[in-house]
Structures are given as structure tokens and as C-alpha cells.
Design a binder for this molecule. Structure first.
Ligand code: AMP
Length: 292
């Protein structure tokens, strides 16, 4: 495995691989089981796997956790090596943004809800860095996690709008034993918050059950989510939303493929989670996303 920190060196290295398919897994490091599943998927379908590790300042708001975002580069390299990653691309901020940019990606649609609404400019920052990574690595496929489902939708839309020659693979959310979605940020939860964090997952499951039982009224279901989180956690509810997926449109009465999503702010960490389900027909029928 090679660790490469400069764009020029990475390009040179990849010149030798022009005959091989490249799978790219973009990450912000502090690698965990969620990232591992993306890397394993990339290993299955590509000759060369590149994992980028870059905490992208462009996607953090001024009051967000850029400075405290967990960084664990030595461990990351070790995990990547064990998983058979070919190249870790770990540029500095200066390497990725050597000058004030004259151009950035601006996401026009699909950011009025969920994280896009509470984190203005976040997806512009994500799309800008992902476009740069696509241009630097020129992957055949790129791997993203459905834990960040809105991100998957935004990137897929960018690929369509800009005719980018890359396939996007969306991978299922990996969870801790109690159901909490694995996240680099979980390490910044206090002990008490970690205990309560599981209710984010439980909240989604409770609402999914209500949909299974026949409830279709979005307002009632969203209120049920808020009440559940209020009564079980000290976190501040950022959003509880149920929208169509991947369009992220509001419906008063649910039908079709939907995303049930919530974000909860703890003292230092904001957690997000979602479940995607398919609501079919008059009577309630709900299946997991992977059963659709
Ligand atoms: P991050 O390092 O948080 O930017 O995440 C890098 C990639 O890993 C993104 O595509 C995330 O959606 C994905 N990811 C993060 N956590 C998980 C998880 N628990 N399960 C699956 N994918 C994940």
C-alpha cells in the first residue's frame, strides 16, 4: 500500500494503472466499520482501490466541529493496509486548496431539506471536494454510504448534471450492536450521550412500525419522532423529516419510496440517521430498502 499526499504524485502513480479499474472511497478518516464496508465493496469490483482521507474545511460551517473532528491517521493507514487498499490519498488542505478558489460547485436542488437546510453551504463544499477527487483519481466507481443518504442523492445528481464518467455505489449503513449508526463523531459523545444516542435509531424504527401499522399522515409521524426523541434524550432535535427518496420532496400522505430521517445535536456532536422504506398500495406494506 502506498500513502500519497500530493496530487501530482497520485496522478503519476495512476498513469501506470490506466488499464485497471479504479474504485474510490472518499472519507474524512478516523476509519471505522462503515468505511470498511465501503472499502470491501470497492475491493470486490475494482482492480485498484484508492481511499482518500481529507477533512474538508469547505463543508464545515463556521460554528461546526472542523477543529474537533476526530483525526487518527496512523490507525487509518494500518486499517487500510489490512483491508488491502492500494493507495491512501491524504492531501493537506494546502494541497487541495492551494489558492482561493475562483470556482465552486453550487448545488441548486435537493438541499432545501434535512442537512442541507440546517447546514447551509455544506453540500456545496461536499460536491466541490468530491468533484476535485473525481478529477484527480478518475475512478470508474465511487463508494458512498447511505448513512449520509442526502449526500448520495446530491452526488448522484452532480454525476448526471455534469456527465461525470463514474458509477456511484450506495452502501448500506453499518451499525453498532445496539443499532447506533457507526460514525467517526461517536467518539466525541460523552458516556451519557452515547447511552442516549441509540434512541436516534430506535426513533426511526418506531416510526417505521407506525407506517407498517398503516399510518400515512406525515405530520403525525414527524411529531411522533420529535416526541420520542424529546422524551428519551437530552439532545436538541435538529430535524425529523419524512420525504420521498431520492427526490427529497414533502408529501402530506406517504406513498412510494421514502426516507425517514432525523438529526440530533448533543453537546459536541451532531448525529444523523435515516431509514429508507417502500410504502406500497392502500394497505400498509413496508420493506427494507434492500428488499425493494
Ligand atoms: P465520512 O468519513 O464520515 O465523510 O464518511 C465517508 C463515507 O463513509 C461516506 O460515504 C459515508 O456515508 C460513509 N459512512 C460513514 N458512516 C457509515 C456507516 N455507518 N455505514 C456505512 N457508510 C458509512
Amino acid at each position: 500500500m502506498k500513502t500519497i499526499t500530493s496530487v501530482a504524485a497520485l496522478r503519476e502513480e495512476l498513469l501506470n494503472e490506466w488499464e485497471h479499474s479504479i474504485g474510490l472511497v472518499p472519507t474524512m478518516g478516523s476509519l471505522h466499520a462503515g468505511h470498511f464496508s465501503l472499502i470491501k465493496e470497492a475491493k470486490k469490483n475494482n482492480d485498484i482501490v484508492v481511499v482518500s482521507i481529507f477533512v474538508n474545511p469547505l463543508q464545515f460551517g463556521p460554528d461546526e466541529d472542523y477543529d474537533t473532528y476526530p483525526r487518527a491517521f496512523m490507525m487509518d493507514e494500518q486499517y487500510a493496509e489490512e483491508l488491502g487498499v492500494d493507495i491512501v490519498f491524504a492531501p493537506t488542505v494546502q494541497e487541495m486548496y492551494p489558492r482561493t478558489m475562483y470556482n465552486k460547485v453550487h448545488v441548486e436542488k435537493g438541499t432545501q431539506a434535512l442537512c442541507g437546510k440546517s447546514r447551509p453551504g455544506h453540500f456545496d463544499g461536499v460536491s466541490t471536494v468530491v468533484l476535485k477527487l473525481f478529477n484527480i483519481v478518475e475512478p470508474k466507481r465511487a463508494y458512498f454510504g447511505l448513512k449520509d443518504a442526502q449526500q448520495v442523492a446530491v452526488i448522484e445528481n452532480m454525476v448526471i448534471d455534469f456527465n461525470l464518467p463514474v458509477e456511484i455505489a450506495a452502501c448500506e449503513t453499518v451499525r453498532e450492536k445496539d443499532g447506533l449508526a457507526v460514525s467517526s463523531r461517536n467518539s466525541n459523545l460523552t458516556r451519557q450521550e452515547r447511552g442516549q444516542a441509540v434512541y436516534l435509531h430506535d426513533c426511526l424504527q418506531e416510526v417505521k412500525k407506525s407506517v407498517e401499522a398503516g399510518e400515512r399522515d406525515t405530520a403525525i409521524l414527524e411529531e411522533e419522532m420529535r416526541a420520542f426523541l424529546h422524551s428519551n434524550t437530552d439532545g436538541v432535535v435538529d430535524y425529523c423529516e419524512i420525504l420521498t427518496f431520492p427526490e427529497l420532496k414533502h408529501q402530506s400522505l406517504l406513498s412510494g419510496k421514502i426516507i425517514i430521517a432525523a438529526a440530533l445535536q448533543f453537546s459536541k456532536v451532531r448525529l444523523i440517521d435515516n431509514v429508507i422504506v417502500h410504502v406500497k398500495g392502500e394497505k400498509s406494506y413496508v420493506s427494507n430498502n434492500d428488499e425493494i
